[in-house]
Design a protein around this ligand. Structure first.
Ligand code: SF4
Length: 232
């Protein structure tokens, strides 16, 4: 069984390599991290555990098919950390029905079924998260995905230390396409839009001034459109 926090959509992917693409989100419950600025605590904190529901791969696909009117699209597996959950059967079942699967994880747990994904977004957490990256495990995640899965790296950036961390991460994995996004600080549960926009401008200027030409700088599109609202 897979522990599900929420399934919703279709909406559009607001981040990373698939930004703007219509998708249904399957958000799993539980995470091995507690980032200081996490904006999906309802899928992380055990205080919300009573809201998480164990579901089979078949039940999840039924719900995804209902939401998408049976028309295959990209399914985004998110969390929490979805790598905690047994998702191989779900991915295979969905593929049989013509659906595609993208998964985002911090890269702290490697699973052999990463090789079944269409897209794997590895999003290592910078110093502002209060976590340290275990690069050996991160490398295992890249290896597990193999050459068939499209693997990319996405890093959220709040400050100079995070920016330096992103440069180090890019140097460790020069072959992974890299997406940088300004971090989202919430104030009383609402995103600080002014801060987010200023950080985006700062990041864009920093990357261009540093001639960092293979980095992609993106906004947090879903936050711009819907703030921190759940289920969109
Ligand atoms: S890894 Fe992601 S879901 Fe987990 S605590 Fe950090 S930001 Fe939240």
């Amino acid at each position: 069984m897979i522990r599900i926090s929420e399934i919703f959509g279709p909406t559009i992917q607001g981040e990373g390599a698939l930004i703007g693409q219509p998708t249904v989100f399957v958000r799993t419950g539980g995470c091995d991290y507690r980032c200081s600025w996490c904006d999906t605590l309802h899928a992380v904190d055990s205080e919300f555990r009573h809201e998480w529901k164990p579901m089979s791969a078949e039940d999840i696909m039924d719900k995804v098919e209902k939401l998408s009117n049976g028309k295959p699209l990209m399914v985004s597996l998110s969390g929490g950390n979805p790598a905690i959950q047994p998702l191989g059967d779900l991915i295979n079942l969905g593929h049989e029905k013509g659906y595609q699967f993208a998964l985002e994880t911090q890269g702290s747990i490697a699973k052999d079924w990463f090789a079944e994904l269409d897209t794997l977004t590895l999003s290592p957490k910078p110093p502002s998260s209060s976590h340290e990256t275990d690069w050996e495990v991160f490398d295992e995640c890249v290896k597990a995905a193999g050459s068939k899965t499209r693997t990319v790296m996405k890093i959220v950036i709040f400050d100079d230390a995070d920016y330096a961390y992103a440069q180090d991460a890019a140097a460790r994995h020069p072959d992974l396409p890299l997406y940088l996004q300004p971090g989202n600080h919430s104030v009383d549960g609402a995103p600080d839009m002014d801060g987010l926009n200023k950080r985006l401008l700062w990041l864009a200027e920093r990357v261009t001034n540093d001639n960092w030409h293979n980095a992609h700088v993106l906004p947090q599109l879903h936050v711009m459109l819907w703030g921190n609202q759940k289920g969109v």
